[in-house]
Write a protein that binds this ligand. Structure first.
Ligand code: NAP
Length: 307
């Protein structure tokens, strides 16, 4: 039986582990399917306070983990397959082994949705990105492409015009999912060009190890074209990693945890941290802050039930 189990080892989970470990709670962190979370998929991070020269994303998240280990946090690799939050202690099935916890911090994140191309996967962090805020800065004066037709795609395309010489928005349909105002704002931006009814079939150049262009197909005409691109940004949505908790804590229509104030969820003793609840900011620093809040609340909760 653990005092605190933290699910997820990204910025939020590892920060929660530092705080919980320093409160002598010996937290157990379950690393999850994507150890290190979104930071492990990026290269340089230049907006995390405290690193004037920037820091590599994987190094940053590994450092936070090391800091948690130094204070006595323990790590278990594997993913939560099933959870029972209906009674105390909470029970989690981690790869077949059941673990009991007095308090639970869910920091399992939201995974970016990718197109699923092999070439895209190989070039993540080398021109392929799912975070304009994180990586836009690296494409000053370069050709940028954004895939998606939702509000994120419009927002990111506008944001990326601060850096790129041009931003091409590729959307698979004619109609946008994005709100009218966001589409209009993007349309009025002279640097943004729309490629509608178009899908990306290939990202070049895996051989070179960085993005040089894409192959596009117009789904109406079947026409195939190649286009030079330096930065390739996906904005086709995120999938919160909450499947084991469905039906047990309150989730919104898209599966994000509904916050009940602070880090609280609809189940007392279960707390949220990071992108699993936050669909708005999704930054390493906001996830770290959320991890801190969740650990402080978990500590207070444990004190209250033990009193
Ligand atoms: P979204 O609204 O779900 O839009 C995803 C877009 O990606 C859709 O246009 C979809 O195309 C496309 N897409 C999905 N899978 C694809 C695939 N495999 N290949 C090609 N295209 C694909 O996601 P989002 O834009 O991230 O927004 C999420 C939520 O946050 C929304 O509620 C949004 O309003 C909100 N948000 C608001 C703001 C704001 O107000 N400032 C900013 C960002 C996000 P289809 O349209 O064809 O399905």
């Amino acid at each position: 039986m653990r005092n605190v189990v933290v699910v997820g080892s990204g910025c939020a989970g590892n920060t929660a582990a530092i705080y919980a470990a320093r409160a002598n709670l010996t937290p157990l962190v379950i690393s999850g399917n994507e150890p290190g979370g979104q930071l492990s998929l990026t290269t340089a991070v230049e907006n995390f306070p405290g690193f004037p020269e920037g820091i590599q994303g994987p190094t940053l998240v590994e450092n936070i983990k090391q800091q948690a280990l130094n204070f006595g946090a323990e790590y278990l690799s594997g993913a939560v397959l099933e959870a029972d939050l209906s009674k105390r202690p909470f029970r989690l099935n981690v790869e077949g082994e059941w673990i009991e916890a007095k308090a639970l911090i869910i920091a399992s994140g939201a995974s970016a949705r990718w197109l699923g191309l092999e070439s895209e996967k190989k070039l993540i962090g080398h021109g392929v990105s799912s975070c304009a805020t994180c990586d836009g800065f690296f494409y000053r004066g370069k050709k940028i492409m954004v895939v998606g037709g939702g509000d994120s795609a419009m927002e990111e395309a506008n944001f990326l015009t601060h850096f790129g010489s041009e931003v091409a928005v590729v959307h698979r349909r004619e109609q946008f999912r994005a709100s009218h105002i966001m589409v209009e704002r993007a349309k009025q931006n002279p640097k943004i060009k729309f490629l509608l009814n178009t899908v990306v079939e290939e990202v070049f150049d895996v051989e070179k190890g960085y993005v040089t262009g894409v192959r596009l197909r117009n789904v109406r005409t079947g026409e195939i074209t190649n286009r030079e691109v330096d930065g390739f940004f996906l904005a086709i949505g995120h999938i919160p990693n909450t499947a084991p908790y469905r039906g047990q804590i309150e989730l919104d229509a898209e599966g994000y945890i509904v916050s009940k104030g602070g880090a609280r969820t609809s189940v007392e003793g279960v707390f949220h941290a990071g992108d699993v609840q936050d669909r708005v900011y999704r930054q390493a620093i906001t996830a770290a802050a959320a991890g801190c809040s969740a650990a402080i609340e978990a500590e207070r909760y444990l004190q209250s039930v033990q009193a």
